[in-house]
Write a protein that binds this ligand. Structure first.
Ligand SMILES: N[C@@H](CCC(=O)N[C@@H](CS)C(=O)NCC(=O)O)C(=O)O
Length: 399
């Protein structure tokens, strides 16, 4: 199997260090194959790592090893996009305002309320008490992200210290970049995100793919490691975050759009949860419900095949819930992270939360042991979330 050992080691000097070790990139980008791996020389690795380190100025360093075999190589790496000003004609739908958030970050989340990746990001933002704005995007016409080259949600705009906005374009990257920021809030988020470049590569089927490098890794300085974590707990957290993206999330669509009537019910719930009546004209809301339900019911059949699921899709979901709760039971703690949830807890919760109003989730509550953990997570996240402000309330905010 071709392996991409991207972050090969830790620099051990007194200097500030990337405390990251990238082991499973091959798994993440779905690379298989038997082509021999070409390695870069150490000198080249140092040059690249210094280049990356230089971007942040504060002196992070690391060893970047890019390996490729045949066509299965990384082709291009680009830094996250920066835009000079907030895009015109984008309507902020609501704000989550937390007066105790003193990070001074200006964050705008472009999302679909019930997209599992967006729910993951919101669970994280809320649990950390961030203030942020939300732009609810129409899932069919996608007007709210017309200005952007990246056409998926979630997408987050974060204001840099120079007033420009940097675009964060993957749920796991958003979570890792902001978690890294929280470890040292003096950093400029604009510089920090350069540690998460976009990569385009050609996979073993000669298809061009894109991903974000280091998306499961936190960047921190040697003298400021995350509190109460060990190397093992960080590895464990990354392992389960990867499981969420590579497995759990793929069970959602086949389950919530299992039949055409279930798909319709799901979309009615999306409309309710996303307040589509309020944010979109009636025709647009109806278009989203009817076209969306039909399209997703059809697409979910393909997704089921693609992800190797049998016709009884619920079984896979139940197995995943049981696998997760068994893991926590083994730890004998309230959450996977211990007394407090960690990023793996928040990611599993976010994804399951995306289907809370669907029959599929009610079935999970009836047929698995997920309920108590899920409810504890819900309480945890809700208790830390700021106040939800509508467009009317927003005008009373301090500037
Ligand atoms: N890897 C991305 C996946 C994001 C994604 O696939 N989002 C879906 C919504 S659930 C999307 O925007 N698809 C394109 C579309 O709706 O047009 C992440 O983790 O953020």
């Amino acid at each position: 199997m071709t392996t991409y050992n991207l972050w090969r080691g830790l620099s051990t000097g007194r200097r500030l260090t990337f405390q990251v070790l990238y082991r499973n990139y091959a798994q993440q980008i779905g690379t298989t194959g038997t082509t021999p791996v070409k390695r870069m020389s150490n000198t080249k690795l140092m040059v690249i790592s210094m280049g990356v380190g230089g971007l942040i100025g504060a002196g992070y360093s690391g060893y970047l090893s890019l390996t490729s075999g045949g066509n299965n190589g990384l082709t291009t790496q680009t830094k996250p996009t920066v835009i000079d000003k907030f895009p015109d004609n984008v309507k902020i739908t609501r704000k989550i305002y937390n007066p105790n958030d003193n990070t001074d970050l200006d964050l705008v989340l472009f999302q679909y309320q019930t997209c599992p990746f967006c729910c993951k990001v919101r669970a994280f933002l809320d649990s950390q008490g961030f203030s942020y704005s939300v732009v609810e995007v129409d899932a069919v016409l996608r007007q709210g992200i017309k200005w952007s080259k990246y056409k998926k949600v979630p997408m987050l705009l974060a204001k840099r210290k120079d007033g420009k906005y940097v675009q964060l374009t993957d749920s796991s990257m958003i979570i890792s970049a902001l978690s890294s920021f929280l470890l040292n809030t003096d950093q400029d988020i604009g510089q920090l995100v350069n540690f998460y470049p976009n990569v385009s590569f050609v996979d073993e089927n000669n298809k061009e793919k894109t991903d974000v490098l280091n998306k499961y890794f936190l960047m921190f300085q040697e003298d400021r490691p995350p509190k109460s974590t060990t190397r093992e707990s960080m590895e464990d957290e990354r392992k389960w975050r990867t499981w969420v993206d590579n497995h759990l999330v793929h069970l959602i669509s086949p389950n919530v759009y299992r039949t055409s009537s279930e798909a319709r019910e799901t979309f009615e719930w999306f409309s309710q949860a996303g307040e589509w009546d309020e944010h979109f004209p009636k025709w647009e809301r109806n278009l989203m419900v009817h076209v969306g339900a039909f399209a997703m019911w059809a697409i979910s059949k393909r997704l089921k095949k693609r992800h190797g699921l049998t016709d009884d899709v619920r079984i896979h979901l139940y197995e995943a819930c049981d696998k997760w709760t068994n893991e926590i039971e083994k730890k004998k703690t309230k959450f996977f992270g211990g007394n407090e949830p960690n990023l793996a807890d928040l990611n599993v919760f976010g994804v399951l939360n995306s289907m809370e109003g669907c029959e599929a989730f009610k079935d999970c509550l009836r047929n698995t042991k997920i309920g108590p953990w899920f409810n504890a997570m819900k309480e945890y996240v809700q208790n830390r979330r700021g106040t939800v402000l509508s467009q009317v309330d927003m005008q009373y905010l301090p500037n």
